[in-house]
Unconditional design. Structure first.
Lengths: 346, 186
C-alpha cells in the first residue's frame, strides 16, 4: 500500500477527488489487485448508530410538535405595540434593501483556499493555470472583464499565465506586487514565514515592493528569483519599541534558482512542491516544522529550543511523517511522539 | 440516508403537514443524538429537537427555504442546544459515545467477494476501539451523509482535523479487511 494510493483513496471516500486523480487511482488499483479488492469490499459497507430511540419515541415527538403547531396563536387587537413592531420591521427591511443594493454594486470575489496537507489547481477564465500549495488562499474577481487581470495571493502558488494582448496580469502578495505578461513562475508569501519570494521558470516578470512604490521595479528573467527577508532578527531587548517604530525593513536578495541536481536545470527547489517533493537545505527545525505542518496537516511542537535552531538538509518524496521524522533523527538524534494530529519533538 | 435532497422540503412553501411529518420522521433520531452529544441528557435533547421543529414551522414563511434542509436542521439543533446550555449556565459536554453498527450491502454481482460475518465482527471491534469523537465524526459523515465541511462547522473543528479523524477510522477498517477470503457463489 503506497502513501499516494492511500491519499487518493481517502480523497475518493471524501468525495473530493478530481477526475484526473480518479484516473490515477484507477490505474494504481489495477497495479495493486489486493487493494482493488479491498476497496470494493469497503464500498459494500454501510454504518449506522445502534439506536436506543425507537419508532414510538419518534412518533411521540412528531405528535408533540404537530399539537404545538396546530394551536393557532390567539388573535390580538392591532394596538400601539403592533404598530411600533410593524414600523420596526419596515425600517429594518428598508435598511436591508439598501444594504443589498449597496452590496450588489460592490465587486464580488471568488476565493479559493487550501488547508494544510492539500494542494489544488485553478483554471482562470483567461486560460491561465494556478497551482495552489497547502495553507494558501487566492482571491480574484468573479467578473473577469477588467482592463487588468488581478489576483490576490496569501501563501504559495505556481502561476502559468497565458499572454493576453494589452492585459497585464498582476499578483498582489503581502509585501510585493508581481506584474507579468505571459510566463510561469512560483510565488511564496506565507504570513508566518520571515521571507517572501518570486522565482521565474519561464518568461519574465516585474516585482514592485508594496512599501516602496516609487522604487524601480525589479525585473526578473529565466531562472532568477528575488527574496524579501525581514530584518528584525530577534533582538529581544527593545523589540517592542522596535516593532512600533520601525516600518519593518526588508532585505532584497536576488539569486539564481537552485536546481535539485547539478545536471538537470529544469527542476528546481522552488517548484519541487508541485511534484510532491519536500526539499530542505540548511533549514532550521523551526522553519522546517512550519512547512511540515502545512505539508502534512499536523501541529508540531518543538520542546527543545536548541533543537529548534539546529539545521537540516534533506529531501523527501512522498513519505509519511513517521518516515520523515526517522530520517531527521538520523541527521540529529531526538525523540518524538505523535498523538492524533499533534507531533511533539523532545 | 444519503446526500440527495428529499422532496419533503416542499412543506416550506406549501405548508403541507404530511411532508413536514416525513421530514421529522427522517431526521429526528439523528438530531436527538446530535443534541444529546452537546447537552448530555436524553430528555433535554428531545425538547431541543421538538423546539427546533416547532420554530421552523412557525417561522418558515418569514425565511427563505434553505438550500440544504438537513444541514440547516443540524445547525439549528446546535444553536438551540448551545443557547439552552447558556441559559442554564452549563458547559458543552462533547459526549458522544455512539455505538456503531456495520452492515453489508448485498451485492448485485454474484462474482463479487462477500464480506464474511467474521469480518463484520472484526470491523465493528475496530470501530468500537476508536475514540468517541472520532466515531461521532465517522457516523455524521457515513450515516447522516453530511460533508466533511459541514461536520467541521457543526463540531467547531477544522476541515483538516475531520480529514485526519476520518483517515484514522478508515485506516482501522482497511487494516481488518481481507480480500483473500473465499469467493461467494450464491
Amino acid at each position: 500500500m503506497t502513501n499516494r494510493l492511500w491519499e487518493l483513496l481517502t480523497l475518493h471516500w471524501s468525495n473530493a477527488i478530481s477526475e484526473e486523480e480518479k484516473a490515477e487511482l484507477d490505474e494504481l488499483l489495477l497495479e495493486h489487485p489486493g487493494d482493488w479488492l479491498k476497496s470494493g469490499l469497503m464500498d459494500q459497507l454501510s454504518f449506522n448508530r445502534i439506536s436506543v430511540i425507537d419508532e414510538e419515541q419518534t412518533s411521540q415527538l412528531i405528535d408533540r410538535v404537530t399539537t404545538a403547531i396546530s394551536e393557532t396563536p390567539p388573535r390580538k387587537k392591532f394596538g400601539f405595540r403592533q404598530l411600533a413592531l410593524f414600523l420596526g420591521i419596515f425600517i429594518t427591511a428598508a435598511g436591508a434593501l439598501a444594504g443589498y443594493l449597496f452590496w450588489a454594486q460592490q465587486p464580488r470575489y471568488k476565493i479559493v483556499s487550501t488547508d494544510a496537507g492539500m494542494k489544488t489547481k485553478i483554471r482562470l477564465p483567461d486560460g491561465s493555470t494556478i497551482w495552489l500549495n497547502a495553507g494558501s488562499t487566492l482571491k480574484y474577481r468573479e467578473k473577469w472583464d477588467q482592463p487588468k487581470r488581478e489576483v490576490y495571493l496569501s501563501g504559495e502558488g505556481f502561476f502559468d499565465i497565458q499572454p493576453s494582448a494589452g492585459k497585464p496580469f498582476i499578483i498582489h502578495a503581502e509585501k510585493m506586487d508581481i506584474r507579468v505578461l505571459g510566463t510561469s513562475f512560483n510565488v511564496r508569501s506565507y504570513k508566518e514565514e520571515d521571507f517572501q519570494e518570486t522565482a521565474v521558470v519561464s518568461g519574465a516578470v516585474e516585482v514592485t515592493l508594496k512599501n516602496k512604490p516609487d522604487m524601480k521595479p525589479i525585473r526578473l528573467t529565466l531562472h532568477e528569483k528575488v527574496i524579501l527577508r525581514k530584518t528584525d532578527i530577534h533582538d529581544k531587548e527593545d523589540k517592542q519599541i522596535a516593532d512600533k517604530q520601525k516600518k519593518e525593513d526588508l532585505i532584497i536578495e536576488r539569486q539564481p534558482l537552485s536546481p535539485i541536481s547539478p545536471t538537470d536545470s529544469s527542476h528546481s527547489m522552488e517548484t519541487a512542491w508541485m511534484n510532491n517533493q519536500l526539499i530542505f537545505r540548511n533549514e532550521t527545525m523551526e522553519s522546517l516544522a512550519l512547512r511540515l505542518e502545512r505539508w502534512y496537516g499536523l501541529k508540531i511542537i518543538i520542546e527543545n529550543p536548541q533543537l529548534a535552531t539546529s539545521r537540516f538538509s534533506g529531501r523527501a518524496d512522498n513519505v509519511s511523517i513517521e518516515k520523515l521524522l526517522t530520517i531527521l533523527q538520523e541527521i540529529q538524534p531526538f525523540n518524538y511522539s505523535i498523538q492524533d494530529d499533534i507531533v511533539t519533538i523532545k | 440516508m444519503s446526500n440527495k435532497q428529499p422532496i419533503y422540503a416542499s412543506f416550506w412553501e406549501t405548508g403541507d403537514i404530511a411532508s413536514f411529518k416525513e421530514l421529522m420522521k427522517a431526521y429526528s433520531a439523528s438530531l436527538q443524538y446530535f443534541a444529546c452529544s452537546i447537552v448530555c441528557n436524553q430528555e433535554e435533547a428531545e425538547e431541543i429537537v421538538a423546539d427546533v421543529f416547532i420554530k421552523i414551522w412557525q417561522q418558515r414563511q418569514q425565511l427563505p427555504s434553505p438550500e440544504n434542509i438537513k444541514f440547516y436542521l443540524f445547525k439549528a439543533v446546535k444553536n438551540t442546544a448551545l443557547n439552552y446550555l447558556k441559559s442554564n449556565g452549563r458547559r458543552i459536554t462533547h459526549h458522544a459515545a455512539w455505538e456503531v453498527q456495520v452492515h453489508r450491502q448485498h451485492s448485485q454481482n454474484p462474482e463479487d467477494i462477500m464480506i464474511s460475518k467474521e469480518q463484520v465482527v472484526l470491523i465493528r471491534t475496530a470501530i468500537q476501539s476508536l475514540p468517541p469523537r472520532c466515531r461521532q465524526i465517522f457516523i455524521l459523515i457515513k450515516e447522516d451523509g453530511l460533508t466533511y465541511e459541514q461536520v467541521a462547522q457543526l463540531l467547531d473543528l477544522s476541515k483538516a482535523t475531520i480529514n485526519v479523524q476520518m483517515s484514522i477510522a478508515l485506516k482501522k477498517i482497511w487494516a481488518v479487511l481481507d480480500p483473500a477470503l473465499k469467493y461467494s457463489n450464491s
